[in-house]
Design a protein. Sequence first.
Length: 229
Amino acid sequence: MSSNLALENLDAAPRRVRELAQLGPVAQLRAGRLPRRLAQLTVGLVLYGVTLAMLIRGTLGNASWDVLHQGMAEHLPISIGTAVIVMSLVVLLFWIPLREKPGLGTIANSFVVGLVADATLRVLAEPDVMWERVLLMIGGVVLNALATALYIGSQLGPGPRDGLMTGLHRRTKLPIGVVRTALEVVVVAIGFALGGVVGIGTILYTLSIGPLVQLMLPRFIVELPGQRD
């Protein structure tokens, strides 16, 4: 397939690098292995929403974008989950100059993550002891990276924020880890200015999410028929 997005494979042993195919929305659905890809997309998006709630309930600092979402919720009569949905639609506008191609995963991400985050916040209580908060923080960061790798790897279109990441990666040729970390820093700064909560969890997330996604993503890309050598 033409114009593939090569991803760095960190394995020491020589192996063929898996790639994300640059496909339009219809081609994504026709590319094959759809049941496996839909299942992986669903698990990834639900897990993503759950991990955002985990970090919020940990109270040690929100995920980078949630600092912005919380700042928006402070100034608008909306929940954090609704802020996630609104910002998703705004970020999609930045796809236009990057010529990113949306898909089913893009649309699903725009709504599912925010809805799941709100639902999880309603049932997940804030811990009373510090070790539980630390566990929520660390688990939230690592599982969020896994969720990102799962739904991007389904090859049904990245979410709005991760499409911005992969689009900038493709245009600038910078490593995904570098691009993701730079985006997180900018978003945290804006969110903090709006009143979003920043803490050690935010710092951990901002500095580690890019490298973690870079490490996990090649392992979860669903290889499509025609991509194999």
